[in-house]
Design a protein around this ligand. Structure first.
Ligand SMILES: [Zn+2]
Length: 211
């Protein structure tokens, strides 16, 4: 297995928890006008909805989501990393200090990887919505009518494979240094969490680039 991907896997859960507590929960709980001006949907959050049935449905989905997210992060993600290590054993990403990349090489690998990842993600997501045989798996991800942080890892297992396949294919093509791969992985993790936050905060670095 690739050291960088194993390290990344160890980061996913603590990073998710930290992001949820530090970035997502304050605006969800405080609902200050300062935060609310950046809320993407102008509808009330389902946990604040005046209809009891909507609130009850949300809490039920949230409990299921906690199980799905935890299973995906703790079991499926390492399983896919392991399978990748078996299927692509020769494609090792070096972690060697001898092959430490220059700033320029690291920067160009990051840009190429992220553009490629966006391209793969766009098409895989589009296919997921086009073919009913794929959408029946992907529709789980759209169970939330409004995005919130728990939707970031709320995927059916087949769909989760597609969502992690993009970064995997990218690393096979670009072959970045292990340290660069960690930076790319952290960026993709952050972008995924930010995309599902429900707010478009202009101070988020994810919002500073056209892609
Ligand atoms: Zn979708």
């Amino acid at each position: 297995m690739h050291t960088s991907e194993v390290l990344l896997w160890f980061i996913v859960l603590p990073y998710f928890i930290l992001y949820a507590l530090a970035v997502a929960l304050p605006p969800y709980l405080l609902e200050w006008d300062f935060f609310e001006q950046f809320k993407i949907s102008k509808d009330a959050w389902p946990w604040k909805d005046e209809r009891e049935a909507v609130r009850r449905k949300f809490w039920k989905l949230m409990r299921r989501s906690l199980v799905i997210d935890t299973m995906n992060i703790l079991i499926l993600a390492p399983f896919y990393v392991y399978v990748k290590g078996i299927l692509l054993p020769s494609r090792t990403m070096s972690f060697s200090v001898d092959s430490w990349p220059t700033y320029m090489k690291s920067f160009s690998d990051i840009i190429v990887s992220i553009v490629l990842h966006e391209f793969i993600f766009y098409w895989s997501h589009r296919l997921m919505h086009t073919y009913p045989v794929l959408y029946k798996h992907h529709k789980v991800h759209h169970e939330y009518k409004q995005n919130n942080i728990l939707a970031a890892h709320h995927f059916n297992s087949i769909d989760y494979l597609f969502s992690v396949a993009g970064p995997v294919l990218t690393s096979v093509v670009v072959q970045p240094h292990g340290m660069t791969q960690i930076q790319i992985g952290l960026w993709i993790l952050t972008a995924n969490l930010d995309d599902h936050l429900g707010y478009a905060f202009p101070w988020s670095p994810v919002r500073w680039f056209p892609l």
